[in-house]
Design a protein around this ligand. Sequence first.
Ligand code: NAD
Ligand code: UDX
Length: 463
Amino acid sequence: MEIKRICCIGAGYVGGPTMAVIAQKCPHIKVTVVDLNEKRIAAWNDVNTDNIPVYEPGLSDVVAAARGRNLFFSTEVDKAIAEADMIFISVNTPTKTYGVGKGMAADLKYIELCARQIARVAKTDKIVVEKSTLPVRTASAIKDILDHTGNGVQFQILSNPEFLAEGTAVQDLFAPDRVLIGGDTTPEGQKAIQALVDIYANWVPKDRILTTNVWSSELSKLTANAFLAQRVSSINAMSELCEKTGADVNEVARAIGMDSRIGPKFLKSSVGFGGSCFQKDILNLVYIAKSYGLNEVADYWEQVIIMNDHQKRRFAKNIISTLYNTVSGKKITFLGWAFKKDTNDTRESAAIYVADDLLSEQAHLSVYDPKVTEEQILADLNYLDTRSETENTKGIIVENNPYAACEGAHAIAVLTEWDEFKEYDWQKIYDSMLKPAFVFDGRNLLDKKALEKIGFVYQSIGS
Ligand code: NAD
Ligand code: UDX
């Protein structure tokens, strides 16, 4: 079966970049990305592609090349569904905030709404692809809904989880380590798998396209994120021990990373991992394990989150204790708010939690991030609901100049590893600060020796 028209429901951090790359690599396929959020779609359609809603290096060029040719962004969801041969569901699947499984399970209401909308609108056979990260066995729920339309339309459901990381999305999509496609073992299921393999084969080498059954594919995504996050929590656990013993976590990471069985990647100790995926997916895994009565499995993975929460909290505590046990009325500058460099995404960023702890101690925060807006920073804090919106607004100033952000500060905390922070005139920053001038480097980013030479009291993670 040759796919000529694709619809993707959800124009977010995954749907937007993924579809832009498919459109660029497959000019013979018409790709329409739809979303209910009109503002977001308008931003994807902005004449100036620098204003698209997702910041990713290289993405605006990819969008500029394909948009209007075979890539379209629209709010007309029904129309795009009706036209398409293949429909990707790429909507958000956040942690539930209510009812059974609150704070743990994935909220699948948006997924179910999509399935019901497809069931209502589809008049021709469709392949429905799960692009969102979903609990294992979700495909059977989607199938149940789609198989009850009563109008004879045939649906095949595939699982095709996305492994891109933010900040490197375009590069990851152009040259993925692997593409994973799960489908039914029936002949029709295999035909559907082949149709999706053929799309990726336009640019991904065949030996990197893996096909499995649906359940393995769904579970592999949760497993991959759990393993990745576990590495960060493991090295962060060692960072605390390093601080007590005189070992240096960077040296330890290098020493173990050269063991080819361990490997060097994802061993950077930090203020704690953030992002929309790791925590949500592990909590979901824990919930699934518990629901099967696998309490030891659940406890094992929950520890990754417990360690991460501890790492964020102890970073804030260390700032307070180092600043003579009080930050009340003191100006503390945050360099970085995004959960990692090269993205404007702030979901679950460690910065939010560190800021919240410091605001509770009556610190005055000044924040500079090259890509995050003031509106977003305040929204992140207000979402926590620790104090009133007025109090948050009073406690925080967002600057668009890093030097202004640091002027008169008691301390600087580095929360995101943006490259530009390394290039600043640190002497100038030092001169403008109160003394002793402290730097708490939550990313082990800056040059300790150079900073100490200037006169800073410099503290990093894990040494
Ligand atoms: P997002 O919140 O950025 O985007 C989701 C979009 O879906 C939103 O714009 C929302 O308006 C839209 N939407 C929700 N319900 C809709 C509906 N019924 N009809 C039309 N549009 C609807 O989320 P995201 O970061 O792109 O993540 C999407 C999925 O991909 C999640 O399951 C996530 O776990 C997974 N994932 C994310 C990443 C990542 O790096 N962000 C990586 C891999 C997988
Ligand atoms: C992650 C997965 O990597 C990706 O495959 C999946 O599709 C989505 O979730 P993402 O969250 O975008 O991607 O970024 P990632 O690079 O994994 O970083 C996650 C968090 O861990 C960030 O806060 C990052 O700063 C932190 N991290 C990562 C560390 O603290 N140390 C490391 O060594 C690596």
